[in-house]
Design a protein around this ligand. Structure first.
Ligand code: AMP
Length: 295
């Protein structure tokens, strides 16, 4: 496994890879790796010749400075996991390698700033107005900014993303389409702990008690999957609200049942091709998200 920190090193290395006509699979991450991330590495390995993983805690996607500062950083353990998983290339850039000082100072992650889209207009429309987009202003612009930069640097054949971040996946698909990038986006299933809790780097910050409470989320999602054919959407929302109220430690930020393509709220089942139930909660100050595709 090769660990590279600079754009120059990475570009040189990838040129050699491309010269040999190898296909490249890319997995962008923010580190603090867990089996969820490693499942993306394995998915890439099954389809591609060379697997590239990046570890970069992207400052422009955090709308809460405290969240950025407290984001777990475990580079040594991450490299060990990637080595064991037989990842080929790990890219771990400093912030200055990805952003100019102006980009950071001016928080130029807005869609009006066209420097990172090479002059192209990108508009996520209603996709970015709901759920995470509504609760974390600027978050998806920051995600789109870093992902577009990384995709242009690595130029993979395929890039792998987790369904755990359902809305992010929709935003990235839209980004790639709007920028006409010749890259296939592959969605990978959510990997869960034995309790059902979706694996997340943020779980590390939960106490033992909070972790036990957090399992209620997936329990509710699995129940919804069994129940949705027998109940209306308002009934399901009430069911969820009542369940959440049984645990005073959990603060519900949102719960939505949405069209899985447009991510807009739906009022009835059956009118859309597919539907997804999505959650965001806070537990001991830590924000967790999860979702389940109902049909
Ligand atoms: P992050 O490091 O949180 O930015 O995540 C990097 C990638 O790993 C994203 O595509 C996530 O959706 C994906 N990911 C995170 N957690 C999981 C999980 N539990 N199962 C599958 N993929 C995940």
């Amino acid at each position: 496994m090769v660990v590279l920190n600079s754009l120059e090193q990475l570009t040189k290395h990838l040129k050699k890879v491309r010269d040999q006509n190898y296909n490249i699979g890319f997995i962008p991450t923010m580190g603090a790796l867990h089996p969820g991330h490693i499942s993306l590495i394995h998915a890439a390995q099954q389809q591609q010749d060379i697997t590239v993983c990046s570890i970069f805690v992207n400052p422009t996607q955090f709308n809460d400075l405290n969240d950025l500062l407290k984001y777990p950083r475990t580079i040594e353990a991450d490299c060990k996991l990637l080595e064991e998983a037989r990842c080929d290339i790990v890219f771990i850039p400093e912030v200055s390698e990805i952003y100019s000082p102006e980009e950071l100072l001016l928080k130029k992650n807005s869609l009006e700033d066209k420097s990172w889209t090479e002059g192209k207009t990108v508009d996520f429309g209603l996709l970015a107005d709901v759920m995470e987009g509504a609760h974390r202003p600027g978050h998806f612009n920051g995600v789109a900014q870093v992902v577009s930069k990384l995709l242009k640097i690595v130029r993979p054949n395929k890039a792998y993303f987790g369904q755990k971040d359902f809305q992010q996946l929709a935003i990235i698909r839209s980004l790639v389409k709007q920028l006409n990038l010749p890259i296939q986006i592959i969605a990978c299933p959510t990997i869960r702990e034995p309790s059902g809790l979706a694996m997340s780097s943020r779980n590390e910050r939960l106490s033992h008690k909070e972790r036990t409470s957090a399992a209620l989320l997936s329990e509710i999602l699995f129940e919804l999957k069994d129940l949705y054919l027998q109940k209306t959407i308002p009934e399901l929302k009430l069911f969820v609200a009542n369940k959440i109220m049984t645990d005073p430690m959990i603060e519900l930020e949102y719960f939505e049942i949405s069209d899985a393509e447009t991510l807009q709220k739906i009022t009835h089942f059956g009118l859309t091709k597919s539907a997804v139930a999505c959650f965001a909660i806070k537990l001991g100050g830590i924000r967790l998200i999860d979702n389940i595709v109902l049909y």
